[in-house]
Write a protein that binds this ligand. Structure first.
Ligand code: HEM
Length: 397
């Protein structure tokens, strides 16, 4: 885009979605508080501004949810991700402990078995669609096992989530197919919940169903309401899978495009945890989150009013030259500190350690068995908030 052209940013433009980084750079440099031309929201793109907003939940509220479709209560308000304290902390607390690094370490054997099952059947010298072969099924099976989703239903659930996230060019509103998919997901998860209510197991749905917490509003211990259970389980089934699929495939494409860094990983697999962090920064799966202002805010000479929507561009913050040296390169040796690819503050991703470990295991397998893999054609579908591939041709060698 020539520097003289008008600065236009929309998260629902396919051209931006395909290559957002040039427009992100212009936003950071020319309009760090950018107003959507249709006055629907503001956009913050600098690392410092995005991080400060994520920390300040009292000003940047999550109460209307993490996307500007303004979801309603009809199965579309996504649990803790659409709540402020104190309610947020109480519900999130139900699963605190379940996704800690120690808890994820205890899942090591099960995770490795899932990775081996899908990657173990791949053969050197063949060309596969990496999404179908392992990037879709590994995260889908990991969260499917945790939630106790029957094997036969997992691919259907993944396809519904993909439809739920798919957007039409230029349109903010959810297309009818996304609304329909959402309804099917809620019905399906609702039925699973009823089965677990009747016959509890040791899965996440049963844990959420049985959990109690102190609720000062009723001054008593209570369980989650049926709607709270449904929304929490819906959130876990999507968040646990969609984003991790994108991390795996975005990372493989990025490492293929940076062969010097990939060679270092092959020579020294202990670099893989660092490579996963860099993959998250370099091509972030969750490009933005939205907040609603609870008060007037003045930033970089611009005034935003209470009630306004603000998009926080994580994908841009992660490429901010004010924070990262040579940000458009995939570099393993970056000093780490605060990084916002999993968000930050009270809503920081609950499943971050699980997602990291899944991706690490996949990269370990590829580095060991297919160290000279190549990437062919690859394509994306326009989706809300999550950005990554739906097809990636990969030659295994
Ligand atoms: C690469 C993979 C992942 C990425 C990039 C990612 C990204 C994010 C981000 C950016 C947020 C913050 C949203 C906000 O501030 O509004 C978030 C929240 C969340 N994530 Fe993840 N996520 C990933 C994997 C997972 C997994 C594997 C799970 C569960 C098993 C999970 C569960 C959640 C939940 C429950 C929240 C809401 C937390 C809260 O609001 O307190 N995520 N995630």
């Amino acid at each position: 885009m020539p520097a003289t052209s008008e600065l236009m940013y929309s998260p629902f433009s396919k051209a931006v979605f395909d290559d957002p980084y040039p427009v992100y750079r212009r936003l950071r440099n020319e309009a760090p508080v950018y107003r959507d031309p249709e006055q629907r929201w503001w956009v913050l793109s600098r690392f410092e501004d995005v991080t400060s907003a994520l920390r300040d939940w009292e000003t940047y509220s999550s109460k209307l949810g993490p996307a500007p479709e303004n979801p309603d209560d009809d199965g579309r308000k996504y649990s803790v991700i659409s709540m402020d304290p104190p309610r947020h902390d109480r519900i999130r607390g139900v699963l605190k402990g379940f996704f800690t690094p120690r808890a994820v370490a205890a899942m090591e054997g099960a995770l490795q078995a899932t990775v081996d099952r899908h990657l173990g059947r791949l053969e050197a010298g063949t060309t596969v669609d990496a999404m179908e072969a392992f990037a879709f099924p590994v995260p889908t099976d990991v969260i499917g096992d945790l939630l106790g989703v029957p094997h036969a239903d997992r691919e259907q659930l993944r396809v519904w989530w993909e439809a739920f996230l798919t957007r039409n060019e230029g349109e903010v509103a959810m297309p009818p197919a996304a609304i329909e998919a959402n309804r099917k997901i809620s019905t399906y998860i609702g039925e699973l919940i009823e089965q677990r209510r009747a016959t509890p197991g040791d899965d996440l749905i049963s844990i959420v169903l049985q959990a109690t917490f102190h609720d000062p509003e009723v001054n008593a211990d209570r369980a989650l309401t049926p709607h709270e259970v449904l929304m929490f389980c819906n959130l876990l089934s999507a968040a646990g899978s969609e984003t991790t699929q994108k991390l795996i495939s975005n990372g493989l494409v990025a490492m293929h495009d940076h062969p010097d860094q990939w060679q270092r990983i092959v020579n020294d697999p202990s670099l893989i945890p660092t490579a996963v962090n860099e993959a998250l920064r370099y091509d972030t799966p969750s490009h933005w989150v939205a907040r609603t202002l609870t008060r007037r805010v003045r930033l970089h000479g611009v005034t935003m009013e209470a009630g306004d929507w603000v998009l926080l561009l994580l994908g841009s913050a992660n490429r901010d030259e004010r924070r990262y040296e040579d940000p458009d390169r995939f570099v393993l040796d970056r000093p780490r500190g605060t990084d916002v690819y999993f968000g930050w503050g009270i809503h920081i991703c609950l499943g971050q350690w699980l997602a990291r470990r899944e991706a690490q295991m996949v990269f370990e397998h590829i580095a060991r068995r297919f160290p000279r893999y190549t990437i062919g054609s690859h394509e994306r579908t326009l989706t809300a908030t999550v950005r990554g591939y739906t097809r990636v041709e990969m030659t295994l060698q």
